[in-house]
Write a protein that binds this ligand. Structure first.
Ligand code: NAD
Ligand code: TYD
Length: 360
């Protein structure tokens, strides 16, 4: 694993820094999580001249195994750090002097936010401000915040949110993301920083932690365990393949007009109960694994965003059909049962220490 540790990898660090004139240096926060790990692979595949730093605290959701396919790529480096800690943030900017920041790092699960909102404010709000402060100092070319359609709150049937709609978050997670968005706005309006916000609908694909609904359905079904569906199961979400999301972030990073917000979505709206049944049928599992359970407090009924702006202005559109993407995702989880076992048991959390890496 290529790791940022002075003594062991000093030569690599030098090479990484001196190539700045030849290529762009991209700081990715939260790159050991679901979308961040997919995005780093996407960038290394599509921009072979780029250098990528993965800056991640490795919380329960951060798993270096998600980067096993690219960990030896010489254009990739991992540095452990907490975005809520000013010193860690200062270190990563000073060490690598990045051109771009793509900011994924967050506490991301609504249910956890209801139980413990404080860490959501610390990471999602204070952490974002820390990154912005140093981005200003280091004259970052572009800072992209990965936000969510959840900032709009629950959306009436028949409407799809557009970027100018009001933010009406209803849970601690979405409120913290909305707060981060306001800080981005301030960075642009007051300090003239070059920024974008991407508001995506729910993502699915490989490496998603099985606390989220799609991998939870797949992983529970694999083990013939009950699948908890909140309330009456009629709440609906729109689904986007993570690879399509990565391509959207790419166009926003490189072509998005500074200060703009872009919705990102595919037209895959489905209720939770229909989603659970669809996946169970694909897996050949009985529908009676579904168990209706107590509803989530403040549960948003429906999310739906209109992605015409990114399509018309930047030429992005989703490429992956929902059924094909779901089939591929189910196969991935079936093939990677060791990954699932490690994640469920928490075993992967020891991998950082097991690899003998020095802790910064
Ligand atoms: P995730 O929970 O899988 O990963 C989050 C990553 O951030 C982990 O690697 C974790 O270790 C890291 N992290 C957490 N706190 C940190 C801190 N203080 N300092 C440094 N690193 C820290 O999340 P995800 O699903 O990949 O989501 C990534 C981003 O995309 C989030 O900002 C989320 O709000 C946004 N988003 C997610 C979805 C979705 O469907 N998953 C949809 C829209 C937007
Ligand atoms: P989730 O994957 O947590 O994403 P979000 O809340 O960010 O949309 O949940 C997706 C939907 O699935 C949401 O309406 C809540 C519901 N859900 C269940 O019914 N059961 C579950 O066990 C989970 C985790 C979610």
């Amino acid at each position: 694993m290529i790791e940022y540790v002075d003594e062991d990898f000093g030569f690599f660090k030098e090479e990484f820094k001196t190539d700045k004139n030849l290529s762009k240096i991209l700081l990715v926060t939260g790159g050991a999580g679901f979308i961040g790990a997919n995005f780093i692979s996407y960038i290394l595949d599509n921009y072979p001249e780029y250098r990528v730093i993965n800056f991640d605290k490795l919380t329960y959701a951060g798993n270096l195994n998600n980067l096993s396919l690219i960990e030896n790529n010489p254009n990739y480096v991992f540095m452990k750090g907490d975005i809520a800690n000013k010193k860690d943030v200062k270190n990563v900017y000073e060490e690598f002097n990045p051109d771009f920041v793509v900011h994924f790092a967050a506490e991301s699960h609504v249910d956890r936010s209801i139980i413990n909102p404080d860490i959501f404010l610390e990471t999602n709000v204070i952490g974002t401000q820390n990154l912005l402060n140093f981005a200003r100092e280091h004259k970052i070319e572009k800072f992209v915040l990965i936000s969510t359609d959840e900032v709009y709150g629950s959306v009436e049937k028949g409407h799809s949110s557009i970027e100018t709609d009001r933010m009406e978050p209803n849970n601690p997670y979405s409120a913290s993301k909305a707060a981060a968005e306001f800080l981005i706005r301030v960075a642009h309006q007051t300090y003239g920083q070059r920024v974008n916000v991407v508001r995506s609908c729910n993502n699915y694909g490989r490496y998603q932690f099985p606390e989220k609904i799609i991998p939870k359905i797949i992983c529970n079904a694999m083990q013939d365990k009950p699948i908890p569906i909140y309330g009456d199961g009629k709440n609906s979400r729109s689904w986007l393949n993570v690879k399509d999301h990565c391509a959207a972030i790419d166009v926003v990073l490189h072509s998005g007009k500074s200060g703009e917000i872009y919705n990102v979505a595919a037209k895959n709206e489905i209720s939770n109960i229909d989603l659970a049944e669809k996946i169970l049928k694909k897996m050949g599992k009985p529908l009676d694994l579904i168990e209706f359970v107590f509803d989530r407090p403040g549960h948003d009924k429906r999310y739906s965003v209109n992605a015409n702006k990114i399509h018309n202005q930047l030429g992005w559109s989703p490429k992956i059909n929902f059924d094909d993407g779901l089939d591929e995702t189910i196969s991935w989880y079936l093939i990677h049962q060791d990954w699932v076992k490690d994640v469920i048991s928490g075993e992967y959390m020891n991998c950082y220490q097991k690899n003998g890496a020095g802790i910064k």
